[in-house]
Design a protein around this ligand. Structure first.
Ligand code: HEC
Ligand code: HEC
Length: 250
């Protein structure tokens, strides 16, 4: 019985996340990642390599934009069905487990959790990092080295700094604006959203829920979307330069 409830919940969340778009980053579930590792070892490792970083037989999946964009299999599932020579009969649950494994590998790579090579994430060039921050990276459109990021180099170890820059955490709730058909728009902190309804808490602290439909406009303003998209754009060199620069903000 309990198992059934979990299953139903699981598929509901998967659906909700699938629809929710890039503003919900997939959190790694360690148990699922563990199961995913077994699926990966059985069906994928020969070509994509032990660390999913690729071999002569298959590309790097850690740096694949498709994998980075994926949420619980919404990209990888369809891709597996289309790619030649790929196993097409994995269940949705197996694909979801695989994604947890791959996300775990991505985060491990970002943190450089490799005991054999003590991580040195400060190999970049400080001035190139500063230039990227104020130029191509457009970091200065949201951050300031003397404002919100003042002292980040003191606050975090270099490894944690890199992690926070690549996978920032949200410290404030998402802001959502709902415009019901023919009604006044309502803005507040997002409480929950799925295909059918959206709920928020407005400035006065009141909980408001709306049924979604074609005439109900829902706008979510998520500054972290940009961070997620940027993952596809950084070269390794940009990343090292930026971390070196951020580390200098003492
Ligand atoms: C026989 C070797 C082989 C096996 C086994 C294999 N792959 Fe692949 N995979 C490849 C090759 C080669 C490509 C690139 C093909 C292409 O782009 O058309 C690829 C591409 C991909 C891509 C697309 C990457 C991108 O950025 O476009 C994903 C995702 C992927 N594989 C996942 C998997 C998963 C998950 C498994 C295990 C269930 C798996 N592969 C098993 C060889 C393999
Ligand atoms: C569209 C706005 C936006 C852009 C552009 C942007 N960031 Fe962020 N960044 C954020 C938000 C929002 C957070 C999460 C902060 C929070 O909620 O406290 C964040 C978090 C961070 C953090 C973690 C801070 C901490 O204390 O945990 C770092 C470091 C960071 N960003 C660096 C960068 C760098 C470097 C760039 C450019 C390559 C960049 N950001 C571009 C909005 C942005």
């Amino acid at each position: 019985m309990r198992r059934l409830i979990l299953l139903v919940l699981g598929s509901f969340c998967q659906h909700a996340f699938g629809q929710a778009g890039p503003y919900v980053r997939q959190q790694v579930d360690p148990a699922a990642a563990d199961r995913g590792k077994r699926v990966y070892t059985q069906f994928c490792i020969n070509c994509h390599g032990a660390l999913a970083k690729g071999t002569e037989q298959g590309p790097d999946l850690i740096r694949s934009p498709l994998v980075l964009r994926d949420r619980l299999g919404n990209e990888i599932g369809p891709a597996l069905k289309k790619l030649a020579n790929h196993k097409t009969d994995l269940t949705n649950a197996q694909v979801a487990d695989l994604t947890h494994f791959l996300k775990d590998q991505i985060e491990a790579t970002a943190k450089n959790r490799n005991p054999e090579h003590p991580p040195n994430v400060l190999t970049g060039n400080l001035e190139a990092g500063r230039a990227y921050f104020n130029g191509a990276g457009k970091c200065n459109t949201c951050h300031s080295p003397s404002g919100d990021l003042a002292g980040v180099g003191r606050k975090y170890s270099p490894i944690d700094l890199q992690q926070r820059f690549l996978f920032p955490r949200r410290s404030k709730p998402l802001q959502v604006t709902v415009t019901p058909s023919g009604g006044q728009l309502v803005t507040g902190s997002l409480e929950r959203i799925d295909d059918f309804s959206v709920a928020l808490r407005d400035a006065t602290g009141e909980y408001r829920a709306f049924t979604r439909g074609p005439n109900v406009k829902v706008d979510i303003d998520d500054p972290l979307t940009v961070h997620n998209q940027m993952l596809d754009a950084y070269t390794d060199q940009d990343m090292h330069n930026v971390v070196r620069y951020l580390e200098s903000l003492k």
